[in-house]
Each structure stands twice: as structure tokens, then as C-alpha cells.
Design a protein around this ligand. Structure first.
Ligand code: PBG
Ligand code: ZN
Length: 335
């Protein structure tokens, strides 16, 4: 260890590259763009409905007619893709509304596509919001039955595809659902409809506000027998590889922030696009702190979304998407 090394260290003036906005613009490694984002929307039966959600300020449940207006505003802001969640008028123990051709999600898809054929519509495929018991699969004797759930999920995917969905996004975490859905889509002439699988979906407390929004909390027990243990990383790779083998076009990690190591791992190990879901609890925490003026919402949101992209996400699903679109443009044009 001599003088040479000391001299080298003195030469490392990393601050040179941070000296001006121009330099920072030139050397930036990760740039968030409007193309990276997907906005989730909740849709309810009826007309002329725009319901607030107490734990998610700024997010609403729209009836299909007003959802089209919301999509119009989102498109005007520069948005190009959404993820739809349905809240049915009636729940039962077979989730019949989940795969009804005239269900709330097919209705919403048709209306959006009639007005905006090029707007990308992905749909959440899961039974929990349609089941009286609130579980993501069929329940038998208090147990969530994997294989009995698969045909219902496949029918739901086909119903969405039939209405014009571009992508279906199974979020149930039953084993083998990607294969079953792929086969059913192909059999019904929907080989062009893609599968965005919630491949590494953790049993997370960050879904709390969503369950209020969608009225979908489990009425007994929890989701730990099908969603992943938050402590596991290798298992995420196993899940994602399996989904790709079964025909997933895009794999998702969910939630995003507490699982950025998983996002980075899947990006490194797989060749398919990786999506990350910046979930309801992550959104609500930011909104709550911002409402108290404890944080700068715009700066925190852009930092958060950029960190998800830096970790390796090609696609980010976020309730902040619409706000972020405007903020991205503001920052981009900053001199
Ligand atoms: C349905 C589903 C959930 C979310 C997406 N799809 C809730 C859950 O699994 O309990 C969570 C989304 C969010 O929190 O924003 N299975
Ligand atoms: Zn579910």
C-alpha cells in the first residue's frame, strides 16, 4: 500500500459527474418513461358510479361508463395500458360472476375497446372478489382446492379474452393455472391473448387497502397456503420458471418494494419481461404521509418508481401511474 494507491484515491472525484443537471442527465443509468407504467382500475356494476376508497385516496371504483372517461383522462396524460379488477354485484361459492360473459369486467373491456381499440387492457384473473368466502380458489371442507379451481380460472380468462382483453393476469397462485389458461385460450381461438402471470406473489400485509377496495378479504383463515412466504427468494425463481414453462409471456413480482431482490433475481435469470406490482399498501403509505406533509409526494413517487426499474423491472404496475406520467414529463424537461 503505497503512495500510488493514495494518489489514485485522490483522483477519484466522483462528484465531477454530479456537478450540474446536464452532467447528471448525461450519466443517468435508469430513466423512467411513460411506457413503463400500467395503471390499475377498479370496476363495479351499474352506471354513473364513481366511488371513493377510504384507504386509497385518488383511486375510485368506476362503473363501466365512467371507467371509459377515466381511461380517456389517463390516455390524455400519456398512459397506454391498464389492469382491470372487477367487483361483481353478487358473490357465491362458485364465483359464477367471474366467468359470466356479461360480467362486470367483460362489460368494461367492451366499452373501453369500443372507444379506444389501441389502449392495452390487461385483466386480473382471480376468484376471491367473486366468492362469498373471499378465497382465490374453490373451497372444499375448509381447504382451497387447487385442481377444482383451475377450470374456473380458465373460464374467467376466456370470458375476458372474448370481450377483447389483450392480456390476462392470473393472481390466484394455484399450481398449473398458467398451463390450463393457455390451453383454454388457444382452444377458443385466443392464441393472441397474452398471459402476465403473478408468478412470485407473496402472502403480504401490503394488500390491505386493496381488499377494502375490492371487497375481497378471506372470510376465514388467510392466503398463506397458496401465496408465497415473504421469507423465500429461491422459491420465486422456481415459481417464475414454472410459469414461463407453462406459457407465461410476462412474469410479475408482487409486492414491489419489499421484494426488489426478487425483481433483480428474476431479471438476471430469465429472458421474459419482468413486471413489478407497486401494491395498494405501498401506495396508501405514501398518500398518508403526503397528506400530512411529512414527505414530498412527487419526489417520493418518482424515486420509488425509478428504484423499481433500477432493480430490473421492465414494467411497473402502480396506482401512482397517472400522476407519475405528468411528473416524468416535468422532470424530463428540467434544464
Ligand atoms: C387478487 C389480488 C389481490 C391483489 C391483486 N390481485 C389481493 C390479494 O391477493 O389478496 C393485490 C393488489 C394490491 O394490493 O394492490 N388475488
Ligand atoms: Zn385472489
Amino acid at each position: 500500500m503505497g503512495k500510488a494507491r493514495m494518489k489514485d484515491e485522490r483522483r477519484n472525484r466522483y462528484r465531477r459527474l454530479r456537478a450540474s443537471q446536464t452532467l447528471r442527465n448525461l450519466v443517468r443509468e435508469t430513466t423512467l418513461t411513460p411506457h413503463d407504467l400500467i395503471q390499475p382500475f377498479f370496476v363495479v356494476e351499474g352506471t354513473d358510479k364513481k366511488e371513493t376508497i377510504a384507504s386509497m385516496p385518488g383511486i375510485y371504483r368506476y362503473s363501466p361508463d365512467l371507467l371509459v372517461k377515466a381511461v380517456e383522462a389517463y390516455r390524455k396524460a400519456g398512459g397506454q395500458a391498464c389492469l382491470l379488477f372487477g367487483i361483481p354485484g353478487k358473490k357465491d361459492t362458485t364465483a359464477s360472476q367471474a366467468y359470466a360473459a356479461a360480467g362486470v369486467v367483460p362489460k368494461a373491456i367492451r366499452q373501453i375497446k369500443k372507444t379506444f381499440p389501441d389502449f392495452l387492457v390487461a385483466t386480473d384473473v382471480c376468484l376471491c372478489a367473486y366468492m362469498t368466502h373471499g378465497h382465490c380458489g374453490v373451497v372444499h371442507g375448509g381447504v382451497i382446492d387447487n385442481d377444482k379451481s383451475l377450470p374456473l380460472l380458465a373460464k374467467m380468462a376466456v370470458a375476458h379474452a372474448g370481450a377483447g382483453a389483450d392480456f390476462v393476469a392470473p393472481s390466484d397462485m394455484m399450481d398449473g393455472r398458467v398451463r390450463t389458461i393457455r390451453e383454454s385460450l388457444d382452444k377458443n381461438d385466443f392464441s393472441n391473448v397474452g398471459i402476465l402471470s403473478y408468478a412470485a406473489k407473496y402472502a403480504s400485509a401490503y394488500y390491505g387497502p386493496f381488499r377494502e377496495a375490492a371487497g375481497s378479504p378471506p372470510r376465514f383463515g388467510d392466503r398463506a397456503t397458496y401465496q408465497m412466504d415473504p421469507a423465500n427468494q429461491r422459491e420465486a425463481l422456481k415459481e417464475a420458471r414454472q410459469d414461463v414453462d407453462e406459457g407465461a409471456d410476462i412474469v410479475m413480482v408482487k409486492p414491489a418494494l419489499a421484494y426488489l431482490d426478487v425483481v433483480a433475481l428474476l431479471r438476471r435469470k430469465l429472458t421474459v419481461p419482468v413486471a413489478a406490482y407497486n401494491v395498494s399498501g405501498e401506495y396508501s403509505m405514501v398518500k398518508a404521509a403526503a397528506a400530512k406533509n411529512w414527505i414530498d409526494e412527487k419526489a417520493v413517487v418518482l424515486e420509488t418508481l425509478t428504484s423499481i426499474k433500477r432493480a430490473g423491472a421492465d414494467i411497473i404496475i402502480s396506482y401512482h401511474a397517472q400522476d407519475a406520467l405528468g411528473w416524468i414529463e416535468e422532470v424530463r424537461s428540467k434544464k
